[in-house]
Write a protein of this length. Structure first.
Length: 140
């Protein structure tokens, strides 16, 4: 019985460290193709995922960045490699430097809070979405 308890404790502890630390530089090589969206009559950037980047799809990761409020009323946020003043939305960085957060629990943040999240990384090819989404995101 004692050995079983120790084994369960070890498995639980190892699970806490199962996430890979994701750095923003991982996606610096991400390429985009310009595609025309008929519905909005605009050109959009669609991510092109190489095999070496596809290995991240669905992985449990840990990532640190600056919180960007997308809609504070509905508590929708993104995480950026850069603060708001120089993030993707202001034109100073590429779309690979921001990811959408799908929070496991609703929580309020202030823009430019530096936060570490864990969750499952989702790679998106839909040009109407962020190329990166962190689902089941929780504050570390």
């Amino acid at each position: 019985m004692r050995n079983l308890c120790m084994l369960l404790s070890l498995c639980t502890t190892l699970g806490l460290f199962a996430q890979e630390r994701l750095t923003w530089s991982t996606f610096e090589r991400l390429q985009f193709e310009e595609v025309f969206d008929e519905a909005s009559s605009t050109w959009l950037q669609q991510a092109e995922w190489t095999e070496d980047l596809q290995r991240w799809d669905g992985k449990a990761v840990k990532v640190t960045g600056y919180v960007i409020a997308l809609d504070t009323e509905s508590e929708e946020y993104a995480l950026s490699a850069f603060p708001f003043a120089s993030c993707f939305f202001c034109g100073a960085a590429g779309p690979e430097t921001v990811l959408e957060l799908v929070l496991e629990e609703e929580k309020a943040f202030t823009t430019d809070d530096i936060v570490t999240f864990t969750g499952n990384l989702q790679l998106n090819s839909d040009p109407l979405k962020f190329p990166l989404t962190l689902v089941n995101a929780v504050v570390q």
